[in-house]
Design a binder for this molecule. Structure first.
Ligand SMILES: Cc1cc2nc3c(=O)[nH]c(=O)nc-3n(C[C@H](O)[C@H](O)[C@H](O)COP(=O)(O)OP(=O)(O)OC[C@H]3O[C@@H](n4cnc5c(N)ncnc54)[C@H](O)[C@@H]3O)c2cc1C
Length: 464
């Protein structure tokens, strides 16, 4: 194994001074994740400011057989951006590559470097009368490179798709330092393989993303936001069907929130839902550039009450009220982290099996650990639930995770809807994924990263 001093000396020869952090205090924020559940050590942290510099770093690390860990905004929830504890890996932070290279409002696209904060890119799009439709509660810190590498989902997937659906072009650096410039600005391109898909959602295990061209959409001029309470998940699914029929393609978000998730928000942030308590709450948003949306939305609410699908509800009368309703949703993750140690399960399921899954999960959790507190919420419109569990004692954590994932697998679901595998779910992916699929993934990994230096132990198993 190459020693730390040797690694630092070699890298110092290829990057600009000030680009390398070696002091343990300076490195600390790159070595622990946002929730403080994953901790690592690194030989050093490098912060390149150009694609050429990233290529030089990778070439140098490849020659020494030293592993690298790409690091964006550090908001990932699967420990993917944190090195192992050998102190022999190099963290590559893309934070200094933070230029928006171009924005074309008519062609509906933005070209941004990997370290651009998602919110900065959203604001640039908004200023041009357009919208970058990836919306996640961590957007103030998450980066363009991070959302591409994790194929981030979020609140608007129902209408606009995942990050993958928005990537038109990509610039990547391969394990040996080769720069591949695919920054095309084309909506249509069937000229051979769409290789950029290999780097989207693979968490830096096949290459480093240094820049991306992302699709924008026209910014809707009107939006309508409502919160309703329902008694059951089946009723929530019926209401989704009704909304898809009545407000159609303007439906942008359809979020499910359990009463307990909102109770955590009230306890830790003092924010309270403005409607009567139900078992479940829905946060629904529709948006359009044409007028008449409010009327269509009111009609939806009236029909929901007439058909006894909703027990209480409120339509936001102002932008401030709409934001206050969304703030309840956006504080759930932080409220949960303040409530204690929580296990995250980020699953997706066929829509019709969500109600039975939640029921069986509740019974199974009770049998395993009656003191464990479920915290369930998610993007119901996408079939994506965050089935989190707050534990006072972690002894049963493993059995709870396996039980949740088994219930998902038997229904044909996925154990990672949007957060990725990282280091957190890799063993579970190995346990539940058929051999032929694992071998195909291993073949791609060996082909693109023969020395296994790209983010080892994350997203892709090393021993396939
Ligand atoms: C409060 C909160 C709410 C969230 N809500 C959502 C949500 O609704 N939907 C959702 O999908 N996620 C959500 N997340 C998770 C997280 O914000 C996303 O996964 C985000 O895309 C991570 O971006 P990042 O820049 O912070 O990446 P990091 O956390 O730094 O890295 C994530 C992974 O990508 C790799 N990576 C980072 N940059 C690059 C690069 N340039 N090239 C190659 N690999 C790279 C890292 O090695 C790591 O494996 C949430 C997180 C928080 C804290």
């Amino acid at each position: 194994m190459t020693g730390r001093d040797q690694i630092i000396a070699a890298l110092s020869g290829v990057v600009t001074p000030g680009c390398i952090l070696t002091d343990s205090g300076d490195m600390q924020r790159y070595l622990t994740d946002w929730r403080r559940q994953f901790h690592g050590k690194a030989a050093c942290v490098v912060r390149p400011s150009s694609t050429g510099e990233v290529a030089d770093i990778l070439r140098c690390c490849a020659e020494m057989n030293v592993a690298v860990v790409p690091h964006g905004g550090n908001t990932g929830l699967a420990g993917g951006a944190i090195p192992d504890d050998s102190a022999g890996q190099v963290v590559i932070s893309l934070e200094r590559m933070n230029r928006i290279r171009a924005l074309d409002a008519t062609a509906l696209l933005i070209e941004a470097e990997a370290g651009v904060i998602l919110q900065t890119a959203q604001e640039a799009a908004r200023a041009a009368g357009r919208k970058l439709p990836v919306s996640i509660a961590s957007e103030g810190s998450a980066t363009i490179g991070g959302i591409v590498a994790t194929n981030a989902g979020g609140l608007n997937v129902l209408r606009y798709g995942m990050t993958r659906d928005l990537v038109l072009g990509l610039e990547v650096v391969l394990a040996d330092g080769t720069i591949v410039n695919g920054m095309r600005k084309l909506r249509k391109n069937n000229a051979g393989q769409d290789w950029k898909q290999l780097f989207i959602g693979t968490e830096g295990s096949l290459g480093l993303v240094t820049a991306a061209v992302l699709r924008l959409v026209p910014k809707p001029r009107h939006r309508a936001v409502a919160m309703v309470s329902v008694e059951s998940v089946d009723q929530a699914v019926s209401l989704l069907d009704m909304a898809l029929t009545s407000v159609g393609e303007t439906l942008t978000a359809f979020e499910l929130l359990s009463a307990s998730a909102l109770a955590h928000v009230k306890r830790h942030f003092g924010k309270e839902a403005p409607i009567r308590q139900g078992n479940w709450f829905l946060l629904i948003e529709a948006a359009s550039s044409l007028s008449g949306l409010d009327r269509a939305f009111e009609d939806l609410m009236t029909t929901a009450f007439e058909q006894a699908l909703a027990t209480d509800g409120v339509v936001a009368a102002s932008e401030a009220q709409a934001n206050a309703l969304w703030a309840l949703r956006e504080h759930i993750t932080e409220a949960e982290s303040r409530a204690g140690y929580s296990m995250k399960h980020d699953v997706s399921l066929p829509l019709r099996s969500i109600a039975s899954f939640i029921e069986e999960f509740g019974m199974a959790l009770d049998a395993i650990d009656p003191h464990a507190a479920p915290n369930v919420f998610g993007h119901l419109g996408d079939g994506n639930l965050h089935v989190n569990v707050i534990l006072s004692d972690t002894a049963k954590a493993q059995v709870i995770m396996q039980t949740v994932h088994d219930l998902v697998a038997t229904r044909g679901g996925s154990i990672s809807a949007e957060h990725g595998l990282g280091q957190y779910r890799l063993d579970e992916w190995m346990r539940l994924t058929p051999r032929a699929e694992r071998e195909l993934v291993g073949l791609l990994k060996r082909t693109l990263d023969p020395r296994a230096i790209l983010n080892p132990g994350k997203a892709v198993p090393g021993n396939e």
